[in-house]
Design a protein around this ligand. Structure first.
Ligand code: F6P
Ligand code: MG
Length: 482
């Protein structure tokens, strides 16, 4: 059910997939090994069973690295206990089917579709932990996620202040008719909020194998997103605003926005702020956040990350006080000067949750392989749920790749067409907020890709769409399916 076009593949030298399997993923697995090793050192004397199981995990991860390095075939995932067992079978079935279709024997790391192999990689990593009783809930990326978020404290304070500032006077009943000027003011705030939400996606730890932590600072804050306005190649926010505004004006009682999350840390914080804004402004009556069930793509948000973030918003000093980033000043001092902003945010959050208007949930679907084109067939329940929503916001690069099937589309293909069964007549209204970190892109005006490729570092004659790989450009694309 994926698009029939060729897909991004690890065999194509010009693609980011090629570099990923040969350099980026081995680094990610090496970092995971180091993390486990640190835990082992810590339990050396006190808990031999944790150590023994930890060493088994390390051995498996070393093996995974070797397999990638030597271009071996992707081996079937070992069986697991528990509710995610069914996913293992689905992955293995697909692996078998792909193997049967391939010219060589089995599916090899250096000649496989990028999307499938990357999902397989993270699923396999997870299995190494979940099959070990004393490690089954361990999130090997947790430390990285928390460390990176600690570097974001300035931007957190700034975002909280911005939230308080814009939401102070906006609560108004649905159905109230406002003056055209007031509508335009609301539209402008929505646009600002969504752009902050978009650029929150530029801080991605799976790219930090090439980015430094210092880069994080440069990727955050309101100044950054203002400077980057012209880096948004497609901006459909007006259409999304019109949809929400119209429903609000019509006084529809239940106006749910589903938010398919991407990364934890600063991105998740901004998402939560934006969600509170949607609720407080009356643009939505309910918001459902969709998180990953398992640690995924290094920095993706899990329910644990969400709960931890809620705690941090409630007690920011406990989390940020000992983090030191150069030149940022002292968080405790800055917080002392304006504690009320995070307190207001926390108060709103608590109210929305208590009222049942803000909730989060998970689904196996988000961590299965393959594109979202499979949704109507593989998860009818989730499909129906999203169809009953007024708007589905999908964050980030991976969600975008899955929406358009990670296929080699002509970049001028309309977004809605590239959504396949989630596009026209799907009854789904979709807004994708994506900073570009992968080759695929659709919905560009004619000539834009060529123009960007011809820039220094744009890719030029190399065949690589280099301009689309470092999260410096973005798209905000909307599709109205009903
Ligand atoms: O392209 C780099 C990459 O890390 C891919 O592995 C993945 O598609 C994506 O970026 C993850 O980014 P995001 O967190 O925005 O989905
Ligand atoms: Mg991610």
């Amino acid at each position: 059910f994926d698009p029939s076009l060729p897909k991004s593949s690890t065999s194509s030298p010009a693609s980011f997939a090629y570099k990923s399997v040969r350099e980026r993923w081995p680094t990610i697995v090496t970092n995971a090994i180091k993390d486990v090793q640190r835990q082992i050192d810590q339990y050396e004397r006190s808990n031999p069973k944790i150590v023994r199981q930890g060493m088994q995990i390390v051995a498996e991860l070393e093996c995974l690295k070797q397999e990638m390095h030597q271009n071996c075939t992707l081996s079937p995932l070992p069986d697991e206990e528990g509710e995610l067992r069914g996913d293992v079978a689905i992955y293995n079935q697909e692996l078998q089917d792909r193997g049967a279709q391939s010219a060589t024997v089995g599916v090899r790391w250096h000649e496989v579709e990028w999307l499938f192999s990357e999902c397989y990689l993270y699923r396999r990593l997870f299995g190494s932990f979940s099959r070990r009783t004393l490690w089954e809930t361990y999130d090997v990326f947790q430390e990285q996620k928390r460390d990176a978020f600690k570097q974001s404290k300035n931007a957190v304070l700034e975002m909280a202040a911005y939230y308080v500032n814009v939401t102070e006077n906006i609560g108004c009943d649905s159905g109230t008719v406002l003056s055209p000027e007031a509508v335009e003011r609301n539209r402008a705030v929505f646009s600002d909020m969504m752009q902050q939400c978009l650029w929150g996606n530029a801080t991605d730890l799976s790219l930090l194998t090439t980015l430094t932590y210092e880069n994080i600072q440069q990727l955050q804050g309101s100044e950054v997103f203002k400077r980057r306005r012209d880096k948004v190649l497609v901006n459909d926010l007006d259409r999304a605003f019109d949809l929400l505004w119209q429903a609000r004006n019509q006084g529809e009682e239940h106006r749910t926005v589903d938010f398919v999350l991407d990364n934890a840390g600063f991105e998740l914080f901004v998402d939560v702020v934006v969600i509170c804004y949607l609720l407080k402004s009356g643009l939505a009556t309910n918001v459902k956040m969709h998180a990953k069930k398992i640690p995924w793509f290094v920095s993706d948000a899990t329910p644990t990350d969400i709960e931890q973030l809620f705690d941090i918003i409630q007690r920011p000093l406990d989390f940020f006080k000992d983090s030191n980033d150069s030149g940022s000043g002292d968080f405790a001092k800055m917080y002392d000067e304006q504690p009320q902003h995070l307190e207001v945010l926390h108060g709103d959050l608590r109210t929305f949750r208590a009222e049942g208007r803000l909730a989060y949930q998970t689904s196996n679907f988000w961590t299965q392989a393959g594109s979202f084109w499979r949704l109507p067939i593989s998860n009818t329940g989730l499909f129906a749920e999203l169809r009953s929503s007024l708007l589905v916001v999908l964050k980030g690069d991976l969600n975008y790749r899955k929406l358009v099937g990670d296929a080699c589309w002509d970049p001028t293909t309309p977004f809605q067409e590239a959504l396949g069964p989630l596009g026209k007549s799907s009854k789904l209204n979709i807004l994708s907020l994506r900073t570009c970190k992968a080759d695929v892109v659709v919905g560009l005006p004619p000539g834009k890709d060529e123009e960007l490729r011809s820039l220094p570092e744009g890719g030029g004659e190399s065949g690589s769409r280099a301009w689309a790989l470092d999260a410096s450009r973005a798209v905000m694309q909307f599709s109205k399916g009903r």
